[in-house]
Design a protein around this ligand. Structure first.
Ligand code: GLA
Length: 740
């Protein structure tokens, strides 16, 4: 039993963690404890000590020691003496914003029901290791009901939280804020870890010491964004990749979010996460519900790798579609960096033929195949083939690609519209904009109003027609701008603040309809690279294009950061041309592949123009990747040496099979160091008692030796001997490890 209830005390237990809470004096829920597992026998009374403090509001005159500002809360409200930021706020019809929810009852169900219109975790009803607790609270005066939802995933050490509001009263109330989860920790000795960045340098790792007051990351772009990820971790100062305590929180949502930490004057740390209250408002009419997205929470005492493994296992077992999660992902060729908009059928077929001869499995036709799209100024919304480029139509090309023995994939950017398009001429009102005000362009394009059902219906029909016509195997769903002038012509004035969330619900609806109607089409989500890499997207699209930046050296930081949460099976990683198109860096074909192997491998360059020697190298790379594909895509990824530590000159990481019999480590050196220091590479995650060989290294090693002493790394510096003609800048080495 992972959930036990004694009176008004709740004990949620995973294999290694406990989460405790109980009903407070005011009827709301209090937060008692989250951390290493305490077992079934807990002294709950000890969490209910109260202390008197002068000058603080108290619950009643008779209970001067009960002051909400000193009590750790489960889903805090504002207005009764807790002056920290709350988890929600409601405006009632008289304008008051004071709520008094009181505990009613609870229910426990086996398994984890899906959330309906939102992406969410799930579990089989007969999965005895997953249970869901629903705690019901009622706002007596208004009839508003609140349900706090907790699903306990025992094996993965993850608890998933969300909140449901249901208006059982007669008048409309307005939700000003409805976050997904709030946790009050009893001290502030934590560092906050976040993944921040920009286009072409997504999900870089940042770590800062908590300080008094509010520290937060957020998105106001109505995308999870490249700028911030809907994730944060709280780690003890001494926590490293391999050791130490860390709490991780990740939101299953793709729109505006807030991830906030507030340290109060009593050193209590409040973590709150959910839809950003800025640019949010929801008219909750009588007898309607509002469901917040879910937050995945985990605690690990074995460092950041431990946290990542728990998240990765959870996403693999309970969120990413079962249809795809264990399916070997095809090695693709994408024509974007090979041709940009300048292609015709002949050019594409030349690339496809070369790709096939090298062992590639999927041909993806990127932007530019529809309408009159010869640059990024036109045609978004007109998802009909450009016959000037593809005179035999989409099916003509698709048939030839399929005849070559390749799968066929297409790029779409469904959420967008160009002013120069048939769609805009017919339906200018379908564009998000404020009437009679300036429209702000971005990449010459505007955003369709996904709160309108007719927009989603139109796009479903257009995309379904292309899928049927081509027997499509794969879709790259792109999204290349953020929303400005947020306004819908279809919503009333008092519902305009609902648009950011309604937009995301529309995106999810279209994804849901397409993936249900075409379950065998593999989706890869994209947003100018990795601008929407979040668990909400992964629910529908099991892969995400990690970044437009395919430079192997920049990718070390991007893939390292992304792996904090997401498994390798979700990360699109391509070998592209040099000089690299994003940062002009020149690296060897070997280095580019040695980085891209740690993800879902693809190629994105004009492979037909490669020299015979390069083609031979690619053949070997693809053979190697196919041999170890399941290890790369489904093994356990372990970060070893961080590109964020010190001068960041060396990065290493590895992937190990579930049976610990096979592992591959990658070690990367950014710049050659003259007369370098002594170097060893220490492995992790192996079986200490197994005997292993390491390809290219003499002798045998016990797992214990490989993990504790590591292997000697010869100098990567061209002073003497055979090294003289070689550069060791941007150098990569792979170490393939086999158990005997
Ligand atoms: C975005 C994507 C690229 C490519 C282009 C096409 O930038 O991230 O991979 O698809 O759009 O316009």
């Amino acid at each position: 039993m992972s959930i036990t209830v004694t009176g008004h005390d709740f004990n949620l237990q995973t294999a290694h963690t406990s989460y405790l809470m109980g009903v407070l004096e005011n009827g709301e829920m209090g937060q008692y404890y989250y951390g290493p597992r305490l077992g079934a026998k807990v002294n709950f009374a000890d969490f209910r000590h109260r202390e008197f403090r002068s000058i603080t509001p108290t619950l009643t005159a008779e209970q001067p020691e009960v002051t909400l500002s000193m009590i750790k809360q489960e889903y805090p409200s504002y207005g009764h003496g807790d002056f920290r930021y709350p988890a929600y706020q409601v405006t009632y019809d008289n304008g008051a914003r004071i709520s008094e929810f009181t505990y009613q009852d609870y229910e426990i169900i086996d398994g984890k029901p899906k959330l309906g219109a939102l992406p969410s975790a799930s579990a089989d009803v007969d999965d005895k290791h997953v249970q869901t607790l629903r705690i019901h609270l009622l706002e007596q005066q208004s009839g508003l009901q609140m349900t706090l939802n907790y699903s306990v995933f025992e094996d993965e050490d993850v608890i998933v939280r969300s909140t449901t509001f249901e208006n059982k009263g007669t008048s409309t109330v307005k939700l000003n804020a409805a976050l997904s989860a709030s946790v009050d920790f009893s001290d502030d000795q934590y560092d906050m870890i976040q993944l921040s960045g920009a286009w072409a340098r997504e999900r870089h790792l940042y770590r800062r010491t908590l300080t008094r007051g509010v520290q937060a990351i957020s998105s106001t772009r109505d995308a999870s964004s490249a700028q911030q990820s809907p994730f944060l971790a709280l780690a003890r100062k001494q926590t490293t990749n391999q050791n130490g305590d860390v709490y991780g929180f990740n939101l299953v949502y793709s729109g505006n979010f807030l991830a906030q930490v507030e340290v109060d004057s009593y050193n209590v740390t409040r973590m709150t996460m959910g839809i950003n209250p800025f640019e949010f408002g929801w008219q909750l009419k009588s007898h309607t519900q509002f469901q917040t997205p879910e937050v995945m929470m985990t605690f690990a005492s074995d460092g950041f790798n431990g946290m990542s493994h728990q998240f990765q296992r959870f996403l693999t077992n309970h969120l990413i579609s079962k249809r795809w999660v264990k399916e070997p992902r095809p090695i693709l060729i994408n024509n974007w960096e090979a041709t940009y908009f300048d292609f015709n059928e002949q050019k594409l077929l030349a690339i496809a033929k070369s790709a096939k001869s090298l062992g590639i499995e999927l041909f993806v036709l990127d932007d530019g195949w529809f309408g009159k799209r010869n640059d990024d100024k036109t045609s978004l919304g007109d998802w009909q083939v450009n016959l000037a480029k593809l005179p035999n139509g989409l099916s003509g090309l698709a048939n030839k690609i399929h005849d070559l023995g390749l799968q066929f994939g297409l790029w779409f950017e469904p959420e967008m519209i160009s002013k120069e398009s048939k769609l805009y001429a017919a339906h200018p009102d379908w564009t998000i904009h404020v009437p009679d005000r300036r429209m702000t362009p971005a990449r010459n394009q505007f955003v369709l109003d996904f709160s309108r059902q007719e927009v989603i219906d139109y796009l479903f029909d257009q995309m379904a027609a292309a899928i049927r016509e081509t027997h499509l195997d794969y879709i790259k769903w792109d999204m290349n701008r953020h929303i400005t002038e947020m306004f819908s012509l279809a919503l009333s004035a008092d519902q305009q603040e609902e648009l950011p969330h309604r937009y995301i619900l529309g995106v999810y609806q279209l994804y849901e309809r397409l993936t249900s109607a075409f379950p065998d089409v593999l989706f890869e989500s994209c947003s100018s690279g990795g601008g929407r890499f979040d668990a909400g997207m992964l629910y529908y699209a099991p892969q995400t294009w990690t970044s437009d930046d395919t430079d192997a050296i920049e990718r070390l930081k991007i893939q390292w950061g992304t792996s904090m949460i997401y498994p390798l099976s979700t990360m699109g990683a391509h070998v592209s041309a040099v000089p690299n198109h994003q940062d002009r860096r020149v690296t060897t074909l070997a280095t580019r592949a040695d980085v891209a192997y740690f993800g879902v491998l693809g190629y994105e360059l004009d492979i037909s123009k490669m020299s015979p020697a390069e083609k031979a190298t690619v053949v070997d790379q693809i053979k190697f990747y196919k041999q170890y594909r399941l290890l790369f895509q489904q093994g356990t990824f372990i970060r070893l040496q961080s590109p964020y530590d010190g001068d960041g000159n060396v990065t290493s990481w590895m992937v190990v099979s579930d049976d610990q019999k096979t592992a591959i480590a990658g070690r990367y050196q950014v710049l050659a160091e003259p007369n370098p220091a002594y170097r060893r590479l220490k492995f992790a995650g192996l079986n200490p008692d197994f005997q292993y060989t390491v390809d290219g290294v003499d002798g045998e090693f016990s797992g214990r030796q490989l993990m504790n002493a590591g292997i000697f790394i010869p100098e990567l510096f061209a002073e003497r001997g055979n090294n003289r003609d070689q550069t060791f800048d941007f150098h990569a080495d792979l170490y393939v490890v086999h158990a005997k």
